[in-house]
Design a protein around this ligand. Structure first.
Ligand code: BEZ
Ligand code: FE
Length: 279
């Protein structure tokens, strides 16, 4: 066997350089990556120009990144990679609330609010009453569960995208369940919005004939002592983008009822129970 690199032995040529003291998991991940990368180039018979285009694209993805903008995550999201890694790492039994993508707009330490409080601070949108329970797989209420919720406003923007325009903590809050495991709050019926599409990932979507929209959704992180953390959404069932979410985040079990209220204080009501699995 030659010691030099050939088209045929390319994977071995690279992977046999791995040092003996390399961390075993790093060695496993990198050699698998090299195997698949080389197979990709061989399968597709990648041209020099295509390779240079790819390098240029990744360079632009890096260059637009900042403290406020993470284009690599957007790339991972739009290629289905974020949802795949999430699925591999959060397999749950039927009946348990499923995970979906976290997204870039979560802010830690939102204000803790009282049950029934209104989290919509800008007075825009169609008010909606959200309520339900946090329960275990047997349907028993879970107390001291923390419900961290956030959504866009009626214009399709999160508060952090519009500092100085939206009130701080608009459409965000943390609710802690009591003995009955129940939660309730007022927000708005969320609206669909485009993911940031003014960079290379947006351009990629355009070239692929894909739109940048996400169907209307509420974000949740549910934590409770002794239970797996659930990072999830609820989706509005009649949304036109439900089957073409730009980041593949929709799961059938996360589509929630949004019922029109005839003569209540809110226009809509959306009941949803969160079912947690033990750690
Ligand atoms: C979001 O739902 O907030 C989101 C998820 C992925 C990419 C961009 C936004
Ligand atoms: Fe979102």
């Amino acid at each position: 066997m030659t010691h030099y690199f050939t088209e045929k032995n390319s994977v071995d040529a690279v992977n046999r350089r791995m040092g003996l003291s390399t961390d075993p998991r790093l060695a496993e991940v990198l050699s698998c990556l090299v195997t698949h990368l080389h197979a990709f180039a061989k399968d597709i018979q990648l041209t020099q120009a295509e390779w240079e285009y790819g390098i240029e694209f990744l360079t632009k993805v890096g260059q637009i990144c900042s403290d406020e903008r993470q284009e690599f995550i957007l790339l991972s999201d739009t290629l289905g990679m974020s949802m795949l890694v999430d699925a591999i790492n959060n397999r749950r039994p039927p009946g348990a609330t499923e995970n979906t993508v976290l997204g870039p707009f979560h802010v830690a330490d939102a204000p803790v609010r009282q049950m029934g409080d209104d989290i919509s601070l800008d007075g825009k949108g169609e008010p909606c009453f959200f309520e339900g329970s946090v329960v275990d797989m047997q349907g028993n209420p879970i107390s001291s569960a923390k419900i961290d919720v956030w959504s866009d406003n009626a214009d399709g923007f999160y508060d952090v995208q519009q500092p100085g325009i939206q009130p701080k903590w608009n459409n965000r809050g943390i609710f802690i369940t009591g003995e009955d495991g129940r939660y309730s709050f007022v927000g708005i019926k969320p609206v669909p919005y485009p993911i940031p599409d003014d960079g290379p990932v947006g351009k990629m979507l355009g070239h692929l004939g894909r739109h940048p929209y996400r169907p209307a959704h509420m974000h949740y992180i549910i934590t409770a002592p002794g239970y797996e953390t659930v990072v999830t959404h609820t989706f509005v069932g009649d949304d036109m983008y439900l089957t073409s979410d730009a980041v593949f985040g929709v799961k059938e079990t996360l589509v929630a009822p949004f019922e029109k209220v005839a003569d209540g204080e809110t226009l809509w009501r959306s009941p949803f129970d969160f079912v947690l699995t033990p750690v």
